[in-house]
Ligand binder design. Structure first.
Ligand SMILES: Nc1ncnc2c1ncn2[C@@H]1O[C@H](COP(=O)(O)OP(=O)(O)OP(=O)(O)O)[C@@H](O)[C@H]1O
Ligand SMILES: [Mg+2]
Length: 514
């Protein structure tokens, strides 16, 4: 018997979009079926977000059609998309941080009664949260929330507004593995109820687990369409970057030198006034990478911020290259040779309205050769930026393009280039591969190891235990603000690290202290 051909609920046909200097989408076709998940893959800058921004009404295509349930539609604003049941969670969230969850959910809704019944809104929010197991408190302020919580708010907002087609742009890039699993559960439940989703991710195991179909973009063009069951991670990685990817990096044994960073019984509070770091003590030597393992929210952020002068130490001591630096200003720490790849790249990492070149020069500009007698050399900055753009393969039409026009992964590469380039003693790298495609992930891991081999001390915070084990020399496991133990990366195993992340002591986990 012939198999019945399903009819797509959504089609995008021949979509083309040109930005100044970049053809972001070229005759791209897309089909989405009822109750199914489509994974959209491609290298950083391949045009994934652009295609989805077109679907959600943020970007107008130059040509091409969108067909919804068999009818051609015109989507010229996010409001149009919302009325058609299309909702998108963006790569960089668009919540208002000084407002509560409930206020954000109703923000911009024009079909509500003139005076809103907040009690009703709260009730509806709680109903959705219970139904989908989306744990959020309607009265919490966004600024108090972790990124995982903020993402739940974004999803809740879309469901509240009646989205039937959900677009998730790298939703798991900022989530813990546990949160990713929860999200998986939510998406499964939604598709079982007949909603459909388009999912952008750089994580191959998620593609295999979450999706029914895969489409791969390369430099703006569609290069492959397959059923997920007919492909595998290796093939997908190759389709994206056009070469084989090693999912593990090679490195030689470390050759540690003098102590660069020392933390001695460091305590700090979090934004809610609770102890976030409890008696944290460790040191890192030159030529050594210390990995920090732990579920996000267990003090990692505060740890990287006390070392970079962005967060107050309440007691204890911070020493960099033999000099006490406890509660010194960020600029003093930069001067002491500390580089920082922050976890929140958009809020802390770049200035979107400045050029790629200025963003790259931001740390080096105080020193020769970019400055002479206190005057900046635009030509030198431009040339330096050109070199870094090539070295780090940042996709940008020009060094003078504003950073806000780059794709998510290329913004991350800009930060990596600046921080790795400017690193003189200590590199604090929080989730450096976040948002990077498989090829760029492989190269940033190699770059970090190269820094180590050049005698730098590196603190690497990651949630990816495979990454920690393959890149680090030693691994410290954090749980509830405490270091549970420090182990040798070469002999560490994922299971006992997992136990320690859950608060089990080093001795009971079966690992050995180094
Ligand atoms: N508003 C804009 N103005 C100018 N150029 C843009 C704009 N938005 C995107 N681009 C460019 O279009 C290209 C595709 O970007 P897009 O954000 O779609 O990539 P992506 O596939 O989502 O990449 P990533 O994985 O890094 O998020 C990039 O070269 C980007 O610089
Ligand atoms: Mg993107």
């Amino acid at each position: 018997m012939e198999e019945k051909q399903a009819v797509p609920i959504l089609e995008m046909k021949n979509i083309t979009k040109q930005f100044p200097g970049v053809l972001a989408n070229e005759n791209v076709d897309l089909e989405l079926f009822h109750g199914e998940v489509l994974a959209l893959l491609g290298e950083n800058g391949a045009g994934k977000s652009t295609l989805m921004n077109i679907l959600s009404g943020l970007v107008r295509p130059d040509s091409g059609d969108i067909i919804l349930n068999g009818k051609k539609v015109d989507i010229s604003s996010p409001k149009d998309a919302m009325h058609l049941g299309i909702g998108m969670v963006h790569q960089n969230f668009k919540l208002v941080s000084t407002m509560t969850v409930a206020e954000n959910v109703i923000l911009g809704l024009d079909n509500e009664k003139f005076i809103l019944d907040m009690k009703e809104v709260r009730k509806k929010i709680s109903g959705i949260s219970d139904h989908y197991n989306l744990k959020v408190d309607p009265d919490s302020y966004i600024w108090q929330m972790s990124v995982g919580e903020q993402q739940r708010v974004e999803i809740l907002k879309l469901i509240y507004r009646g989205a039937e087609i959900l677009i998730l742009d790298e939703p798991t890039a900022v989530l813990t593995p546990q949160e990713s699993n929860e999200l998986n559960g939510i998406v499964k439940k939604m598709t079982a109820e007949g909603k459909s989703a388009i999912f952008i991710t750089h994580k191959m195991d998620e593609v295999m687990e979450f999706s029914d179909w895969v489409r791969v973009l390369q430099k703006g063009k569609l290069v492959s369409v397959t059923r997920t069951g007919d492909t595998n991670p290796k093939e997908l990685a190759n389709l994206m970057v056009g070469r084989d990817i090693l999912f593990r990096v090679e490195k030689k044994k470390s050759n540690p030198g003098k102590v660069i960073l020392e933390l001695d019984k460091v305590f700090a509070l979090n934004t809610k006034g609770v102890d976030a770091l409890k008696k944290v003590t460790f040191s890192i030597r030159a030529g050594e990478i210390l990995g920090i393992a732990g579920v996000a929210g267990n003090g990692q952020r505060e740890l990287t911020e006390v070392i970079t002068g962005l967060h107050k130490i309440t007691s204890g001591k911070l020493v960099v290259e033999g000099k006490e630096m406890t509660n010194k200003a960020p600029l003093d720490l930069i001067r002491a040779g500390v580089s920082h790849i922050p976890s929140d790249r958009v809020a802390m990492g770049v200035v979107g309205d400045m050029s790629v070149a200025s963003n790259l020069a931001m740390k080096e500009y105080r020193r020769a050769p970019l400055t002479k007698y206190g005057i900046l050399h635009p030509k030198r900055i431009f040339n330096m930026a050109k070199g870094m753009i090539e070295l780090f393969m940042i996709a940008t039409p020009s060094p003078l393009t504003n950073v806000k026009f780059l794709s998510g992964g290329n913004i991350q590469k800009t930060i990596l280039a600046r921080e790795i380039g400017a690193c003189r003693g200590l590199l604090i790298a929080a989730y450096p591969a976040r948002g990077l495609d498989v090829g760029a992930t492989e190269s940033v891991r190699k770059d970090i190891i190269a820094e180590r081999d050049n005698g730098k001390a590196v603190l690497l915070v990651s949630e990816d235990l495979d990454e920690l084990i393959s890149v680090s020399d030693k691994i410290a496991v954090m749980s509830e603000g405490k270091v549970m133990g420090i182990v040798d990366a070469e002999t560490a195993d994922i299971e006992s690290l997992g136990l320690m992340m859950a608060g089990v002591s080093l001795e009971q986990s079966g690992e050995k202290e180094v």
